[in-house]
Design a protein around this ligand. Sequence first.
Ligand code: ATP
Length: 203
Amino acid sequence: MNNPPRIGLTGGIGSGKTTCAQIFMELGIPVYSSDDRAKQLMNTDPILKSSLIGAFGFETYLSDGTLNREFLSKIVFGDPEKVKQINAIVHPAVRRDFESWAKKKHSVPYILQESALLFEIGSHTVFDKMILVDAPIDLRVARVMRRDNVPKKAVVARMSKQWSSEKKRALAHYIIENDGHRGLIKQVINIHLELQELRIPTH
Ligand code: ATP
């Protein structure tokens, strides 16, 4: 049986990806949340767990088998090479997990993968279309400060690891402007209607 087209849903921190993903889900579209799954897989995927232990030692996991987040945060703090090392272990595991999730999806017009870093890690090339959610930077900062109860500098530090909006806008097929002025639901529905008509060779 053929699988539906795969659509990437991305955007910088606080742009509103998760909010848009929820609207797509309301429309009946299966959404794979990379962040949520990555967190789960780090506790459950045996290959991923043994790779992390191989790289950072047994302290990476607590005695109950769950990830020792505090230990890992200390290791990566201020060390971009260590962040890269973790990503090089986690991203392929998420990719494998997405593949097996996607293969089970039939009878839907398309499926979505939501992730902040699809362009940054070069994986946008595997999607049939890319949707970017974007918003003015000040608004994104304010939204995340409120949502996570964190100071501005913490949000800016996370943003600095992501591509600029301009760079992403140039590569996106669809852009959702989540600036608080243009209706979000209407924009999502319009893209949904276009994606339903997609005629792309299936996977
Ligand atoms: P992250 O990359 O940090 O996971 P995100 O892109 O998934 O962020 P959301 O979590 O969807 O962003 O949105 C960030 C915050 O802004 C949330 O608290 C959300 O409720 C709020 N928000 C998103 N869009 C709007 C909007 N149009 N109006 C008001 N608040 C909004």
